[in-house]
Write a protein that binds this ligand. Structure first.
Ligand SMILES: *Cc1c(COP(=O)(O)O)cnc(C)c1O
Length: 369
């Protein structure tokens, strides 16, 4: 059956902004200036403003944002970084890429974010940083994590790849730690038409270091102050992101309205609905419910033309790629339970009320079976 409601609908969004997007792309091609330049700078300035940060540095992807941030902070071989295993693998890969060791701590059973007490128990003399992920767009408990980082003199770095525009105690993600890493992967809340990412920070030294590292460590064309990388933000993507950023606040409002409506329509059903911390205003990258009958519900939704997803079915500590770290099933019980029971419902700003009601009715039919 053709999908009646996809998990995300990037085409529907393009239709609403097509003339401006097409003009932005055309303009970059007409100027044949494809590398760096004013579009990247404009986007960086606008995104820094959006996040209320002093600096934003555009890079090639969210993964590059994480890796270059860790490098800029001097994290490397012999160091440990405490993070969540309930995330996309790039969070841990960036830690591995700089030669450090990811140490996975369990998550909170309500928000699915890194638990500060579990993080504290995972600290060793080698720990240099804590890397919480604002999973599904809800900020991690940044008060508890910032206090923990301060007590132990650790860096606090945000993986904000899913949380553009979310707030914690009224403050935007992006300024809640030493630096924050964003992804503009097409399906993210602010999505490019290819790969892109950015780091925001109020620390001028970190920003300067990342802008050197992303562009071969160069100050001028052929003078290289340090050994860097080819991880610049693509100019076409920057031009597209400049157009889309103007709509982000409104798109986030639409996500918040749809999320509240899901919670209202699904109240009282035999499923676990998302919990929102009173200090958080999530950006609702995903609306995630939980049920022990997850796989059956997923199949039922699929059979009825609904594109639900699972984020993420295998936690990082149980991934074959991380077998070398020696974790076993049972080491992170909350993470493992959430991975077995979580299900992401369709959610995107252009979703209609009728589409949402169809998703809700289809879930209710399954639960009443
Ligand atoms: C998407 C994502 C990344 C990686 O971003 P890319 O732009 O795909 O490299 C990192 N962390 C989290 C939590 C993500 O969701």
């Amino acid at each position: 059956m053709a999908q009646k409601v996809p998990l995300v609908d990037l085409h529907a969004q393009y239709r609403t902004i097509q003339p401006a997007i097409d003009a932005a792309i055309q303009s970059v091609i007409e100027r044949t200036a494809f590398i760096m330049g004013p579009d990247v700078r404009s986007f960086e300035e606008a995104f820094a403003r959006f996040c209320t940060a002093t600096h934003a540095v555009g890079v090639a992807s969210g993964t590059a944002a994480l890796e270059l941030t860790l490098r800029a902070c001097g994290i490397g071989p012999g160091d440990e970084v405490v993070t969540s295993a309930h995330t996309f693998i790039a969070t841990a890969e960036a830690i591995s890429a700089v030669g450090a060791r990811p140490v996975f701590a369990d998550i909170d059973g309500q928000t699915y974010n890194l638990d500060a007490q579990a993080a504290e128990a995972a600290l060793t003399p080698a720990t240099r940083a804590i890397l919480p992920v604002h999973i599904y767009g809800q900020p991690a408990h940044m008060d508890a994590l910032a206090a923990l980082a301060a007590r132990h003199d650790l860096l606090l770095i945000e993986d904000a790849a899913q949380a553009h525009g979310a707030t914690w105690n009224g403050r935007k993600v992006g300024v809640l730690g030493a630096a924050a890493c964003f992804s503009f992967y097409p399906g993210k809340n602010l999505g490019a038409y290819g790969d892109a990412g950015a780091v925001t920070t109020n620390d001028g030294r970190i920003a300067e270091q990342i802008s050197l590292l992303r562009n071969h460590g160069r100050h001028s064309k052929y003078l290289h102050d340090l050994k860097g990388y080819g991880e610049r933000m693509d100019t076409l993507q920057a031009a597209i992101l400049c157009v889309k950023l103007d709509h982000l606040a409104q798109w986030t409002d639409a996500r918040r309205r749809l999320a509240a409506r899901y919670s209202e329509l699904l109240a009282g059903c035999e499923i676990v609905l998302p919990f929102v911390d009173p200090a958080a205003n999530p950006a609702w990258h995903l609306y995630v419910i939980r049920t022990p009958a997850r796989d059956e519900l997923l199949a039922h939704l699929d059979a009825n033309g609904i594109g639900a997803g699972v984020h993420y079915p295998v936690p990082l500590h149980l991934q074959p790629a991380y077998a070398d770290l020696g974790y076993r099933r049972g080491d992170l019980p909350v993470t493992e339970t959430v991975a077995e029971t979580c299900l992401s419902l369709p959610l995107y700003p252009e979703m209609t009320d009728e589409q949402q009601e169809y998703v809700v009715d289809t879930i209710k039919k399954f639960l009443d079976r």
